[in-house]
Design a protein around this ligand. Structure first.
Ligand SMILES: [Zn+2]
Length: 369
C-alpha cells in the first residue's frame, strides 16, 4: 500500500488559478449542500440543483480546499437544441395534464451547465501475479447417423479450452484510471446512464466559463478502493494479452503502488426546472451527451380540474337541452324519447368529469419522489 495524499489541491508552487487556468470561487448551497467552483466574476444566483437563492461563498482560501485537483480531461457537451427539445417533449408527453410551465421554451431558458467530477488516478504498479490462461482449440469427431437411405458419417467440430498455469511480474504505469468522486455518484449514474468516454478531450479553461463545476464529496482515500479494482481488471486483461491467451481465470496479484497522481475528469450535465402547481421548482437532470432526462413527473391538478369543469359544463348544457325537450314533449309527445336520451347522456358525461382529477391524482401518487 502507499500513501494517498489527503489534499492535493495543485502541484506545489502552483495556485488554483494557474492549474485551472482561470480565477475560481468556491460556493456551497446551504439548502442541498452541493458545493461548486464557479468563475470568480460570476454573480452567485441560484443553486443549479435546488434552484433556491441559497448559495454562499466559502470563506476559506480556495487554494486550501481539499479535492480541488485540476481537471485533466473533460467530456464536452454534445446536444443540439433540436435534440434537447425532442427530449423535453418526450418527458412531458409521459405526464397526463402536464403543468403549464413545462414547455421547451422555459426549460431551454433555464438550462444550467453543471460538470460532475470523477477522479482520475495515475499509478505506478509493481506486482507478482499468477493466473490460469485459457487457449481455444477444436476437437473434430465423427458421428454416425441413420437416415432413410442408410448410415451416414458426419464430421462434428467442438470448441474446447486448454488451461495452463502462468505467473509473472508486472511493472507498469497506469494512467487515468477512473473512480467516483461523489457520494451520490451511483444514484446520478442510475438516473442519467453511462457517459461515452471515447469523447474525452483535454480540459480547457473556457470549459468552466458558463458552468458550475461540482466539488467532489468523496476523498481520494475513499475512491482508492474503486481505483484499485479498476487497476486489477486492467492488469488482468494485460496479462491475458501478454500471454496471447483467449481467456484468463483465477488471476491474483501482490501489488505495490507508487507515484499516485490524482486529477479530475468532468462529466457534462445540464440542470433545469419546471414549476409545479404550487410554483415550486422541480429539478430536471439532463445528460449532456445523450439528452436523457431525469426528474419527478408531476401532473397538474389545476389543469385536470379545469378539464373536469369543462366536461361538467357540457353535461349541464345537455341536461338543460333534455329538460327543454321534456317540457316540449308535453305538447309534442314524440319528443319524450330524445328528452330521456339527453338526460341519460347528461348523467354519463357528468360522471365522466371525475376522470381527469382522478387520473392526475393517481399519476402523482405513482411517481417516486
Ligand atoms: Zn442547492
Amino acid at each position: 500500500m502507499t500513501d494517498i495524499p489527503e489534499t492535493q489541491s495543485a502541484p506545489p508552487g502552483v495556485s488554483l488559478e494557474q492549474s485551472w487556468g482561470t480565477a475560481l470561487a468556491a460556493v456551497v448551497c446551504e439548502r442541498c449542500d452541493w458545493g461548486f467552483l464557479i468563475p470568480e466574476a460570476v454573480d452567485l444566483g441560484r443553486c443549479p440543483h435546488c434552484f433556491q437563492p441559497t448559495l454562499g461563498r466559502i470563506d476559506q482560501d480556495v487554494s486550501q480546499l481539499p479535492y480541488t485537483q485540476p481537471p485533466e480531461l473533460i467530456i464536452p457537451y454534445a446536444l443540439s437544441e433540436a435534440q434537447l427539445s425532442q427530449e423535453i417533449q418526450r418527458f412531458a408527453s409521459g405526464i397526463p395534464y402536464p403543468p403549464q410551465d413545462l414547455v421547451s421554451k422555459n426549460l431551454q431558458a433555464r438550462l444550467q451547465r453543471v460538470f460532475l467530477p470523477m477522479w482520475l488516478v495515475d499509478a505506478s504498479v509493481q506486482a507478482a501475479w499468477k493466473a490460469e490462461t485459457g487457449f481455444n482449440y477444436q476437437v473434430v469427431s465423427h458421428q454416425d447417423r441413420y437416415s432413410g437411405s442408410g448410415w451416414a458419417s458426419q464430421q462434428v467440430k467442438e470448441g474446447r479450452v486448454r488451461w495452463e498455469p502462468r505467473l509473472g511480474r508486472l511493472d507498469r504505469i497506469y494512467t487515468n484510471i477512473a473512480a467516483p468522486a461523489l457520494e451520490d455518484h451511483a444514484i446520478l449514474q442510475a438516473a442519467l446512464g453511462e457517459f461515452n468516454l471515447t469523447a474525452v478531450r483535454t480540459y480547457q479553461p473556457e470549459d468552466t466559463r458558463k458552468a458550475f463545476v461540482r466539488l467532489p464529496s468523496r476523498s481520494p482515500q475513499d475512491a482508492w478502493s474503486d481505483a484499485q479494482l479498476a487497476l486489477f481488471n486492467a492488469a488482468a486483461e494485460e496479462c491475458r494479452q501478454a500471454a496471447r491467451a483467449d481467456h484468463l481465470r483465477q488471476f491474483s496479484w501482490q501489488p505495490e503502488f507508487t507515484e499516485q497522481h490524482w486529477t479530475q475528469l468532468l462529466l457534462p450535465v445540464y440542470t433545469a426546472y419546471y414549476l409545479d402547481d404550487d410554483r415550486q421548482p422541480q429539478l430536471l437532470l439532463i445528460h449532456g451527451q445523450s439528452g436523457k432526462m431525469n426528474g419527478v413527473r408531476r401532473a397538474s391538478m389545476k389543469r385536470a380540474t379545469r378539464s373536469a369543469l369543462t366536461v361538467l359544463g357540457i353535461a349541464v348544457l345537455i341536461f338543460i337541452l333534455g329538460l327543454i325537450l321534456g317540457g316540449a314533449s308535453l305538447a309534442v309527445p314524440p319528443l319524450l324519447v330524445p328528452a330521456i336520451l339527453a338526460l341519460a347522456l347528461a348523467l354519463l358525461v357528468g360522471l365522466g368529469a371525475i376522470i381527469p382529477p382522478v387520473r392526475a391524482g393517481w399519476f402523482n401518487r405513482s411517481q417516486k419522489p
